[in-house]
Write a protein that binds this ligand. Structure first.
Ligand SMILES: *[C@@H]1O[C@H](CO)[C@@H](O)[C@H](O)[C@H]1NC(C)=O
Ligand SMILES: *[C@@H]1O[C@H](CO)[C@@H](O)[C@H](O)[C@H]1NC(C)=O
Ligand SMILES: *[C@@H]1O[C@H](CO)[C@@H](O)[C@H](O)[C@H]1NC(C)=O
Ligand SMILES: *[C@@H]1O[C@H](CO)[C@@H](O)[C@H](O)[C@H]1NC(C)=O
Ligand SMILES: *[C@@H]1O[C@H](CO)[C@@H](O)[C@H](O)[C@H]1NC(C)=O
Ligand SMILES: *[C@@H]1O[C@H](CO)[C@@H](O)[C@H](O)[C@H]1NC(C)=O
Ligand SMILES: *[C@@H]1O[C@H](CO)[C@@H](O)[C@H](O)[C@H]1NC(C)=O
Ligand SMILES: *[C@@H]1O[C@H](CO)[C@@H](O)[C@H](O)[C@H]1NC(C)=O
Length: 424
């Protein structure tokens, strides 16, 4: 290395690690448009659960599992209005439970549905309503317990214990990983029950066993088992399904990390982090690098391009970076995010004028392109939240390598300058 080379390297390292990263960003109006579209459109159980989670992550960070602490048991006054929509989901669902389940008592889902997994996605909001003691006389704890027991006692399981994503047939969907394990884990966190935290991990491990396709470099299949009487199997590598799985794993990882059992469960945390990376490593080579979007089926270029899965998976890259300092795919996630949030002279390129992400898969017909997708709006909110948290934490690893932080970078700069003085 010559003197000038050493100097250049030192300056580049320093710049990479301390200078701010330029960024496309949604304005407050644009974000609130997306949040309004989400509010007006989320109806299905999984949409309600995903909306609640997105709102916690974006608007009430203290109460999201990604804050890595057990949430406070009372609502600070500056948070009342931000958290109100989350409670309104919980209250509406629990109050309607008897009607939905035709007055049965005992184990029952929060909402009667052909999916066994989807209603459980509302569970964390219901548990939070109980935890913060809303004082409205609604039995949130009872509803959560019935939902839990329904999953354990009423829903079909594989012989090795994987809980079905469907009520009538034993069928496993990648979507399940976002709907059920985060509920089990949150239940375990708030009731100080390590068995439930472990069960959340075990369900993910079982789903990975069934859905991971080692012949496709570890992409996950979408739907296996079942007899096809309701929904046919879908062995394709559905991009949104891969993103659901990674995002669910990260919520469980964060929940374990917020619990008193965190150090006891370090091997489970390591597995979860590795399994998220495994999905990232499987998915990102298939990104269409002209558009920075995934195909609806990741490795099938004949399928349409989909911004929904692109948004959700990018959010998981920031979350993995924040939770585990794994920055491998950050430069790609940044490209995806900048593309999704880019504007031209007529406005945002990937949103309609009233705030719908586009192009997106139809969430009610996963092989087809759709429009006005509620879940895609939640994914945008989660992406914005994860990216914001990552920026606030110092944008670690924006260049994909271990980011060193200003102090270490400064030490390296001084050392490199010193070395360059020794060279002739
Ligand atoms: C992004 O924009 C929002 C306003 O919508 C602003 O509050 C936030 O600070 C911006 N973030 C960054 C990192 O520029
Ligand atoms: C409420 O105030 C706390 C403490 O100042 C702050 O950390 C939190 O972000 C605020 N929450 C909201 C939703 O503004
Ligand atoms: C459920 O119970 C309510 C209140 O007791 C009653 O009005 C309603 O008819 C019952 N519904 C069914 C389907 O039995
Ligand atoms: C409900 O909240 C109470 C009071 O915080 C707590 O003791 C109980 O464990 C909670 N129940 C569930 C199911 O989370
Ligand atoms: C923890 O949860 C499991 C599963 O619901 C339950 O069987 C067990 O009794 C709980 N343990 C405690 C200490 O509450
Ligand atoms: C599939 O399973 C359902 C529910 O168990 C059953 O009613 C139906 O007859 C089965 N169909 C076939 C083709 O086996
Ligand atoms: C990416 O998608 C665009 C638009 O559909 C297409 O023209 C292009 O060929 C694709 N690029 C690759 C590398 O597949
Ligand atoms: C801006 O982007 C949109 C969406 O890609 C496109 O339809 C429109 O023609 C572009 N407008 C300009 C002025 O480039």
């Amino acid at each position: 290395m010559t003197k000038s080379h050493a100097l250049t390297v030192a300056l580049c390292l320093f710049a990479f690690n301390v200078l701010p990263i330029s960024a496309q960003n949604l304005t407050e109006d644009q974000t609130s448009n997306v949040i309004s579209r989400l509010a007006q459109s989320a109806m299905h159980p999984w949409e309600l659960g995903t909306r609640a989670q997105a709102l916690l992550e974006h608007d009430v960070r203290q109460f999201s599992v990604f804050s890595l602490t057990i949430p406070p048991s009372s609502i600070p006054s500056n948070t009342t209005s931000a958290i109100a929509p989350v409670f309104s989901i919980a209250t509406g669902v629990v109050k309607n439970r008897a009607e939905s389940n035709v007055n049965i008592t005992g184990p029952q889902p929060l909402v009667a549905d052909s999916s066994a997994g989807d209603p459980a996605s509302i569970g964390p909001a219901v548990l939070l309503a109980n935890w913060t003691n809303l004082g409205d006389g609604v039995d949130y704890a009872g509803a959560a317990l019935d939902q839990l027991n329904f999953l354990y006692d009423k829903v079909p399981h594989t012989s090795d214990g994987a809980i079905s994503h469907r009520t009538d047939v034993l069928q496993l969907w990648s979507d399940f990983v976002y709907m059920v394990p985060p509920f089990l884990a949150y239940y375990g966190l708030l009731t100080n029950n390590q068995t439930l935290l472990t069960d959340a991990y075990t369900q993910i491990s079982l789903y990975r066993k069934y859905l991971r396709d080692t012949t496709a470099n570890n992409l996950w299949e979408h739907i296996v088992l079942g007899n096809g009487s309701e929904v046919a199997n879908d062995p394709g590598h559905w991009s949104t399904g891969n993103a659901w799985a990674a995002a669910g794993m990260l919520r469980v990882l964060a929940t374990i990390q917020a619990s008193p059992f965190s150090s006891d469960m370090s091997s489970q945390r390591n597995d979860l982090a590795n399994w998220v990376s495994e999905i990232h490593d499987a998915m990102y080579p298939h990104l269409n690098t002209t558009t920075n979007l995934f195909y609806n089926y990741a490795d099938d270029m004949s399928t349409f391009l989909d911004a929904a899965s692109t948004a959700l998976l990018a959010s998981t890259v920031y979350r993995l970076s924040l939770l585990r300092s794994v920055h491998t795919h950050l430069p790609t996630a940044e490209k995806c995010r900048k593309t999704l949030f880019s504007s031209n002279s007529s406005g945002l390129v990937h949103f309609s004028s009233d705030g719908w992400l586009t192009p997106v898969v139809n969430p009610d017909s996963f092989g087809n392109e759709g429009s006005d997708s509620p879940e895609s709006e939640a994914f945008v909110v989660e992406l914005q939240a994860a990216w914001t948290d990552w920026v606030n934490a110092g944008s670690q690893g924006a260049n994909g390598a271990l980011r060193l932080g200003p102090v270490n970078s400064f030490i390296i700069l001084v050392a490199a300058l010193f070395m360059s003085m020794l060279l002739v």
